[in-house]
Design a protein around this ligand. Structure first.
Ligand code: AIR
Ligand code: ASP
Length: 317
């Protein structure tokens, strides 16, 4: 694949054409800006971290049913992606108060939201990315109501997928920004997912692990970006597996029978069948997901289940 002319340069990325129809290269820069470009600097290694973290997160989201522009990581700081016609609305999801929400509502930082809050902002540097109501989006013709509904529900789903992902890595996902675009009429998640576009707090120490370190001159910016990448990397996190074991249909299940009898005597006449199995969770390190599934199946055959009388199902996360 060939890298061709520069199509667009943003504050954090350069986009290049390629010889692949519909695909572009996103090159991540070390340059950082904040407060609508008023603060400028360089975070050494940021381009690398942001490209590699986006690669990991987008692949994880794809695996969980989210459609994104991601194709693959092609160098340490470049991603190959589908070219999208971007929708100029930034979607923010907030689990905790921070930044502009803390200011707007007068909430102390780190107050947990009763349920995740979705906000819309106009991607427009000249206007300073103002917050938008649905009616403003309609007035400006930035997206249709259906598109906005779809982006909102994808954003909430992304939150449901990524909150536990970060939690498992000792990180609280406080808030994040998503951008969407269209490819052949379909809405895809675009842009990046990195410490530049979200707020991450260490679950144990509360330490800030995102671009706020740069915005607020907290120091240790490079080290923190590198630490976030280390935590989200697959080798570090390992693979989680769930095994569900249940008695085969038709096989005598004394525990199930006894429970069925007990339920009926409590008045639950509608219960026709009870089968009692077990649920096992495992964490494996140093293996890829495909290999992990093969290994766990082998464990089921040899120890975790009795394949003669029990069925089992393996799920790899
Ligand atoms: N964000 C918004 N515009 C640009 C970025 N990166 C992200 C911030 C933060 C979230 O959106 O990084 O994670 C909310 O930002 P704020 O400033 O509205 O509190
Ligand atoms: N990157 C944006 C800017 O330069 C917003 C931010 O991250 O603070 O203004």
């Amino acid at each position: 694949m060939e890298k061709r002319e520069l199509i667009y340069e943003g504050k954090a990325k350069r986009v290049y054409a390629t010889d692949q129809p519909g695909q572009v290269i996103q090159e991540f820069k070390d340059e950082a800006t904040a407060f609508d470009g008023k603060k400028r600097g360089v975070i050494a290694g940021k381009g690398k971290v942001n490209a590699q973290m986006s690669d990991i997160i987008f692949r994880y989201l794809e695996k969980h049913g989210i459609h994104t522009h991601h194709v693959k990581l092609i160098s340490e700081n470049e991603l190959l992606t589908w070219w999208l016609e971007m929708i100029p609305v930034e979607i923010i999801v907030r689990n905790y108060a921070a930044g502009s929400l803390a200011k707007r509502l007068g909430y102390p930082e780190r107050t947990e939201m009763k349920s995740p809050i979705v906000e819309y902002y106009y991607k427009n540097d000249e206007l300073g990315d103002p917050m938008l109501a649905r009616e403003h989006i309609r007035e400006l013709g930035l997206a249709s109501d259906e598109q906005l509904d779809e982006m909102t529900s994808i954003a909430l789903r992304v939150n449901e997928i990524l909150r536990p992902f970060f939690e498992a890595r000792g990180i609280i996902l406080a808030d994040f920004k998503l951008e969407f675009g269209l490819r052949e009429g379909r809405i895809l998640l675009g842009d990046e997912f990195s410490p530049d576009v979200c707020r991450l707090w260490d679950a144990e120490t509360g330490e800030i692990m995102d671009k706020d370190r740069f915005r607020r001159d907290l120091g240790k910016v490079e080290e923190t970006y590198a630490e976030v990448l280390r935590r989200v990397s697959e080798e570090q996190a390992g693979v989680a597996a769930s095994v569900y074991v249940s008695p085969k249909k038709g096989v005598l299940d004394p525990a199930g029978q006894a429970t069925l009898g007990a339920l009926k005597s409590l008045g639950y006449e509608e219960v026709r069948e009870v089968r009692i199995g077990k649920y096992i969770t495992l964490r494996l390190e140093g293996v890829e997901a495909d290999k992990a599934e093969e290994r766990v199946r082998e464990m089921c055959e040899r120890l975790l289940a009795n394949p003669i009388i029990e069925d089992y199902r393996v799920e790899i996360d």
